[in-house]
Each structure stands twice: as C-alpha cells, then as structure tokens.
Design a binder for this molecule. Structure first.
Ligand SMILES: [Cu+2]
Length: 136
C-alpha cells in the first residue's frame, strides 16, 4: 500500500524543484490530500497539448482542506485537473457521470486526477452547495 502510494507520488516529487524536495523528504505524503468524489466529464483533454488536463464538474467536497490546513469544504463546481502521463480517458465522453480521486499538493499549487471511473449512465448527481457542517 505504501509502495503504491509512493509510485503515485513519484511523478509529482520529480517535478518539484530540487530545493523544495530536499526539505520535505521526511514526510512528503502528508503534504498531499486526496478526495474521492462524483461528478461528470465537461471537457476531455485536447490532443497534442503538452500538459494535458481534463475539465470536470464535481459534487461538493465537504472535507476539502484549504491551503492553511482548514477543512473548509468545496462547493460543487467546474474545475480543470491535470492528467498525468499514462492516465487514460479512453471510453469517456463529455457528460459521462464518473467517480474520481483527485490529489491536492498545496506546497506546489498542484491539483491532479489519479483515478477516473465511469458510473452507470443516468446516475443521479447533486451539484448543489455543500451542507454546512453542523447545519440542518
Ligand atoms: Cu473544485
């Protein structure tokens, strides 16, 4: 499990400036948060672009942690995510309901998708605002 996580993180670590890497070697994983949410494909990556990204609409993310470490949550929104080399989007089309995991590395200002899973057509999704924690 730990090895698999390291394999996922490695590309991000390699992309980080050397000065940055040196100081964070002890606990790099703690700096990256991951969220698994549902949503839909808005726009697939454009072929031939050097840094591919996919645009997704996601449901609210109640536990989303901001740059200051506070769990502020995130409302539903349309948002671009980086795609890492080798992460396929085969079989996906705009409008498809999906479940996906995205990672946030505030130290490097990076958001990227790690796993995209197609949900059955017609899966009901809720793009309303998040329920305030402790609210009704
Ligand atoms: Cu968002």
């Amino acid at each position: 499990m730990r090895r698999a996580l390291l394999a996922l993180l490695l590309p991000a670590l390699l992309a980080a400036p050397a000065a940055c890497r040196r100081g964070e070697r002890s606990a790099p994983a703690a700096a990256v948060q991951r969220y698994t949410v549902r949503g839909e494909v808005v726009r697939l990556p454009e072929p031939g672009r050097p840094a591919p990204e996919i645009v997704l609409r996601h449901e609210a993310v109640p536990g989303f942690v901001d740059q200051g470490g506070r769990a502020v949550g995130m409302d539903a929104m349309v948002m671009p995510f980086a795609l890492r080399p080798g992460d396929g989007v085969e079989g996906l089309a705009a409008g498809d309901p999906i479940r996906f995991t995205f990672a946030v590395d505030w130290a490097h200002g990076a958001f990227w998708v790690e796993r995209l899973e197609k949900l059955p057509p017609g899966t009901p999704l809720d793009f309303g605002p998040r329920t305030p924690s402790g609210g009704p």
